[in-house]
Design a binder for this molecule. Structure first.
Ligand code: AMP
Length: 573
């Protein structure tokens, strides 16, 4: 090699192997995420062969977290956060307390100190942002009440961890660890602040950051974006979005001691108020996905598979706390707040894992001599295995939900499960998506009293349709179980009014296989999408942009001729 390029090598090995392992996982119907983790194990120091740069991988992963939290902020309004605070704040606090106590108990059994037990327990109590968001997005739960509670819960956990990270060094120094050397805050050292002092200082800094974002950020950020949008340069707009996300996240960490994730979250939230936010969200998607993959790879790299063999029992107990103990705690808490059991189950499932914050806590704990190295290994193993198990936990929840809701046909939760009751309609129209396009089609069908069934991913829309007496099914129509419930074999036509052509393609393929004679009308946004959908068996594909153009031309043609002449004379004069 002419020169050493660890950064390039790490990115290439990470993304390349993640691609290979992810594809294999997909082939075996396991979430690709598990493939990314295994790719990390393969390039990690504990398996033979190429070893990627661990420190670099961790930093790259951090970028993924920033972009992810920025995206969450873009979708999450302050009102959403406030609307779930009554359940998210006590819920998260109680769950952290329960999980920490369980971890502490386990640590005591293993003969560790109380300090070690606290660090260990706290690390087991926080869920991974990346894993949770992935799970919610995959299931299209982000905009549901359950999804909002889960995200709010996570943000409270994040805030608690920010406090913990700042407090640990102080606590360690009071307990004779080597914390004094590491006290994070120069101000605290300078003024010789005690534990309470450090706590107050941290709270003041977080409050200052939030106030600054609310007062200045909320006006300045949308203004900058609007200014750039008017320059008309796409490239510059993308750059602006990225620069805002990264600079605020980094600034928040350096100036206010707030975590990168939290800083990025607030940056996104400030942008949400602006009508450009949707575009901003779109622009960061590709980068976000790439770096989220690197996050999973870097987690895999930390894992020593042999540690499971060396010490199986502590590991099993740790996993139990994460997957079972925490879930039961969350379940009970949500039920105490009188939410339906299906909501409670979903929230428990999304929190039954640990991730990035736990690693950070573990690293700090070890550096401060608070936590034995074995603790860090247990946390890592617990994280990896709980992340791998998470899809399985969701499957169990889906199954349980279906069981619990069986009497109520086609309820939102049942739609997520495998056994959805099939519609009784025949000779009907299946309408997929009830957004800007689908709602117009659906309303027309409704007025004509034509038999039809709507499939929608948003549960709010489904609830509204049912109120109007329209048969609607909640779920992703691309899923075989959902599509089967629409009875495509007996349907007359299928209208696919969703903007995503790949999902639309999956629907076309399955419907065509079930019914060779069904008329399939689909929606597309480019010529390539038209070809793709026709190739899979769609009869008619309507391209949105072409129809818009046609409408514009029609309007031009409709304009009376004398007017046009007049205006020409005006411009000549
Ligand atoms: P619009 O682009 O405004 O027409 O909205 C599209 C609608 O389709 C939204 O309401 C989405 O919730 C819904 N949608 C998108 N993908 C799917 C899918 N795979 N299955 C069911 N509904 C979907």
């Amino acid at each position: 090699m002419p020169h050493d390029t660890p950064l390039i090598a790490t990115i290439v090995a990470g993304l390349g192997l993640a691609f290979v392992f992810g594809t294999i996982a997909q082939r075996f119907r396991i979430p690709p995420l598990v493939g990314y983790l295994l790719a990390g194990v393969a390039v990690g120091p504990f398996t033979p062969g190429f070893v990627a740069d661990q420190a670099l991988a961790t930093e790259l992963a951090e970028l993924g977290i920033i972009l992810l939290m920025f995206g969450v902020g873009l979708h999450f309004s302050l009102n959403d956060l406030l609307s779930v605070r009554k359940i998210a704040v006590p819920g998260a606090v109680a769950q952290i307390a329960v999980a920490t106590l369980m971890g502490l108990g386990l640590a005591m059994l293993m003969g560790w100190t109380v300090g070690a037990g606290l660090v260990f327990g706290l690390a087991l109590s926080v869920a991974s942002t990346v894993v949770l968001l992935r799970a919610l997005q995959e299931r299209r739960l982000m905009d549901t009440e359950r999804g909002k509670i889960a995200v709010g819960w996570l943000i409270v956990e994040d805030l608690a961890m920010v406090l913990a990270l700042v407090l640990f060094p102080a606590v360690a120094s009071f307990h004779g660890g080597n914390g004094a050397a590491l006290v994070a805050d120069p101000l605290a050292t300078r003024f010789g602040l005690g534990l309470t002092g450090v706590l107050v200082l941290t709270l003041i800094k977080i409050a200052l950051f939030i106030a600054l974002m609310l007062v200045v950020g909320r006006r300045l950020i949308p203004w900058v974006l609007h200014y750039i949008a008017h320059t008309g340069s796409r490239e510059l707009f993308r750059l602006t979005v990225l620069a805002i996300a990264l600079c605020i996240a980094f600034g928040a960490t350096k100036l206010f001691g707030v975590s990168l994730a939290l800083g990025a979250f607030f940056a996104g939230m400030m942008l949400r108020e602006s009508p450009l936010s949707q575009r901003a969200a779109q622009e960061t998607l590709p980068l976000r996905d790439a770096f989220a993959v690197l996050f999973f790879v870097s987690v895999g790299m930390l894992f020593d598979p042999m540690s499971l063999v060396r010490e199986p029992w502590p590991f099993v107990a740790t996993l139990f706390v994460i997957v079972v103990g925490k879930s039961i705690a969350a379940l009970v808490i949500v039920l105490l707040f009188r939410r339906p059991i299906t909501t409670a189950l979903m929230i428990s499932a999304s929190l039954a894992q640990i991730g990035e914050f736990s690693f950070i806590l573990a690293e700090l704990g070890v550096a401060l001599d608070l936590l034995p190295k074995a603790g860090r290994d247990l946390i890592l193993a617990g994280a990896i295995v709980s992340i791998m198990l998470n899809p399985l936990v969701f499957a169990v929840v889906d199954w349980l939900t279906a069981r619990l809701e069986q009497p109520q046909a086609a309820s939102p939760a049942a739609a997520a499960s495998e056994a959805i009751p099939v519609t009784e309609l025949t000779g009907h129209t299946i309408l997929v998506g009830y957004g800007r396009v689908g709602s117009i089609v659906g309303d027309a069908l409704h007025q004509r009293n034509a038999p039809f069934l709507a499939v929608e991913a948003s549960d709010d829309t489904v609830a509204k349709l049912k109120q109007r007496g329209i048969e609607a099914l909640m779920g992703n129509a691309a899923r075989a179980s959902v599509l089967r419930a629409t009875n495509p074999a007996a349907a007359r036509s299928l209208v696919i009014a969703i903007p995503e052509a790949f999902e639309a393609g999956q629907i076309v393929e399955q419907a065509r296989a079930a019914n060779a004679g069904i008329q399939i009308i689909a929606r597309a946004h480019s010529d390539a999408e038209v070809d793709h959908l026709k190739g899979l068996g769609a009869d008619i594909v309507i391209m949105g942009e072409r129809e818009i153009a046609r409408g514009m031309i029609e309007e031009l043609d409709r304009q009376p001729a004398p007017d046009a002449q007049e205006s020409r004379q005006h411009s000549a004069a």
